[in-house]
Design a protein around this ligand. Structure first.
Ligand code: NAD
Length: 478
């Protein structure tokens, strides 16, 4: 396939930026430039703001049922186009084609979910103190949303924000990832082709810090949503606070995965290893600190090591590839440093540990054991294909290690004990805990973190609330 150049969408028009500047897009499997993405100027952002402001009124008055029909149509168009969009995503992001396709299909399901949730954005009638008074709490769209999304799930990260905003009746300016621009632009094209009016969705790319600082300060913007690293999230949350904007922050993680002596060990090895190397580990909920009880430690370490050594790494377009390259050169360099530091501090390298070849950004599926707490990788999100396997003796020690870091996004546990399940469910300080299976991320379940992993949820029935305000209206009826 030929990879497309990506344009901005402003006020219903696909176009380049007003100064015609463009940024190169590379295929991480080769490092080669495969296209360009248009770069927005501040004048373009002003146009997007005006368009979104006008779009808000059109979309809001359209009503929930008509919005729902358009959104469902967009979901179906995306499904119809899944093969083509997935190939674009693999070319720009690197993940295996099957993973890219699954992301597209799951994203269509997310659109359906929020389309339906929009029809259920109920308020309440509140009993009044007098018989001639009516009191209503009604739900209204919060206003124009600015969304900032990263490159690891080029469509999924956009669709959670975009669909929740549209379902609630908001308009939106999406600043999608410059490194993986074509797939998100195809997502938005599906909405446009389904009949979303001009101005309701605007899509920009450019210098992320320039765009976010400019947009967040604008009175037209009423809510922001960001997915990315904790330092950038804290910076944007501070800007949101300064300008009194509502915010949802989906930030980094360092997920603990506890495997107890009494667990189904082969199941734990299979599920955790598969989850670990999905998308080359560039997943905020990736199981990162695999903590294993003494009695099964060697068995689990051996199983994960064997799994890692057997993963077929290659170009995501090849049908037998199980893990693609890292998405960009930054990740490669960051991973090399983290692993070098861990080994220098005494960690045992059980599998992988180096770059593959010198073309593209391939890195070996890696397993480290006995990693000291002082190693950087035990404290910073590795965001790459590296499993840390350390041991624990009792549940209190395991939960203490799980909660040691300031992150609190996903957590995992495998155990046959009801008592341990209960202790883990309430004891791990994280937004999500999945026990004896991998059950995170469906549209209908909450998705979000606590502490340095951010706030708000991007799934489940709570997610649309972030895009609604509750307005109280009271009237005297006679
Ligand atoms: P980064 O922190 O610079 O960028 C992360 C994302 O935020 C990118 O998409 C980037 O374009 C965007 N961004 C950066 N500065 C911004 C700003 N001022 N305003 C708006 N958007 C901004 O780092 P990176 O090298 O792209 O990724 C490194 C780390 O980011 C990873 O190690 C991981 O911890 C985290 N990350 C998390 C997720 C996630 O799903 N939570 C996704 C991607 C990256």
């Amino acid at each position: 396939m030929t990879y497309p150049n990506t344009q901005l969408l402003i006020a219903g028009v696909w176009r380049n930026g007003s100064d015609n500047a463009k940024i190169d897009v590379r295929n991480p499997a080769t490092g080669d430039v495969i296209g360009v993405v248009a770069h927005a100027t501040l004048a373009d952002l002003d146009e997007a703001l005006a368009a979104a402001d006008a779009g808000l009124r059109i979309w809001d008055v359209m009503g929930a049922f008509d919005r729902y029909k358009i959104m469902r149509r967009a979901a179906d168009l995306l499904r119809d186009r899944a093969d083509r969009v997935a190939a674009m995503m693999t070319n720009e992001q690197g993940k295996p084609l099957a993973e890219a396709r699954a992301e597209v299909i799951n994203s269509a399901d997310i659109i359906d979910w929020f389309a339906e949730e929009g029809r259920r954005a109920y308020g309440q009638i509140i009993p009044a103190r007098h018989s001639n008074v009516m009191q209503m709490a009604i739900k209204l769209p919060v206003g124009v949303v600015a969304a900032f999304t990263p490159w690891n799930f080029p469509i999924n990260q956009v669709v959670r924000k975009l669909s929740a905003a549209l379902g609630a009746g908001c308009s939106i300016i999406v600043k999608a990832p410059e490194e993986t621009p074509a797939a998100p632009s195809e997502l938005i094209r599906a909405f446009v082709d389904a009949g979303v009016p001009s101005g309701v969705i605007n899509l920009v790319y450019g210098v992320p810090s320039e765009i976010s600082e400019y947009l967040i300060a604008q009175p037209v913007i009423r809510k922001i949503s960001f997915t990315g690293s904790t330092p950038v999230g804290k910076h944007l949350a501070a800007l949101a606070g300064k300008h009194m904007k509502r915010a949802t922050m989906e930030l980094g993680g360092h997920a603990p995965a506890l495997v107890f002596d009494d667990a189904d060990i082969s199941q734990a090895i299979k599920l955790l290893s598969t989850a670990k190397f999905r998308n080359a580990g560039q997943v905020c909920i990736s199981p990162t600190r695999i903590l294993v009880q003494d009695g099964v430690y060697e068995q689990v370490l051996d199983g994960i090591t064997r799994f890692a050594k057997a993963v077929k790494v290659g170009d995501g377009m090849a049908s037998d590839t199980q893990m693609g390259p890292l998405a960009n050169e930054r990740r490669l360099l960051a991973l090399e440093e983290l692993i070098e530091d861990a080994v220098a501090q005494g960690a045992v390298l059980c599998a992988g540990g180096k770059r593959i070849g010198n073309k593209g950004y391939f890195y070996e599926p890696t397993v480290l054991s006995d990693v000291p707490l002082s190693a950087r990788i035990m404290n910073e999100e590795p965001f790459g294909p590296v499993a840390i396997v350390n041991r624990f003796t009792n549940i209190d020690g395991a939960i203490a290690e799980a909660n040691r870091l300031p992150f609190g996004l996903a957590s995992y546990a495998f155990t046959g004990s009801a008592k341990a399940i209960h202790a883990i469910g309430i004891g791990i300080d994280a937004g999500m805990t999945t026990i004896n299976h991998i059950g995170l991320g469906m549209p209908e379940v909450p998705f979000g973190g606590v502490r340095d992993s951010g706030y708000g949820t991007e799934g489940g029935s709570e997610a649309i609330e972030a895009y609604l305000i509750t307005k109280f209206v009271t009237q005297m009826t006679a």
